[in-house]
Design a protein around this ligand. Sequence first.
Ligand SMILES: Cc1cc2nc3c(=O)[nH]c(=O)nc-3n(C[C@H](O)[C@H](O)[C@H](O)COP(=O)(O)O)c2cc1C
Length: 141
Amino acid sequence: MKKVAIVYWSGTGNTEAMAGAVQEGVQAQGAECGFFSGEELGSFLPSQWDSIAFGCPSMGSEELEETVFEPMFAACESALSGKEIGLFGSYGWGDGEWMRNWEERCQKDGARLVTSGILCCGAPEEETLEECRALGKALAK
Ligand SMILES: Cc1cc2nc3c(=O)[nH]c(=O)nc-3n(C[C@H](O)[C@H](O)[C@H](O)COP(=O)(O)O)c2cc1C
């Protein structure tokens, strides 16, 4: 059975709603699903998972959340080469620049992005949640 981790930060719940839909997709495939957020982010070890969905909204100025998520993600990067991953997150007033930069960074790390990064403005609507479920399914296959 494949082991899929969902690793995310969310301040006001929009990215968290996306994470829930990714989890539905993973579980629909019958794969093992780990859920890491908040304080659990400090204990996340990428080597223990077959594939990973990372979620983080656009924060700072088109950046990943800097106090918890960015340090955790930076610590994971050396283990992402060859790993199947997906990215998702919500944004507010920008044009998705943080997601483009994040995808590029993951490609340089040698990660295998199973889909393009999934982004939505504010709270996710059903169409975005369906994309998130599809990401979960793709990571669980
Ligand atoms: C401190 C702060 C910085 C932000 N910076 C950006 C930004 O640079 N670009 C953008 O599009 N949205 C920005 N936002 C908006 C958030 O990305 C948006 O509210 C998002 O829906 C939050 O997701 P969450 O509910 O998962 O926390 C910022 C929000 C906060 C609170």
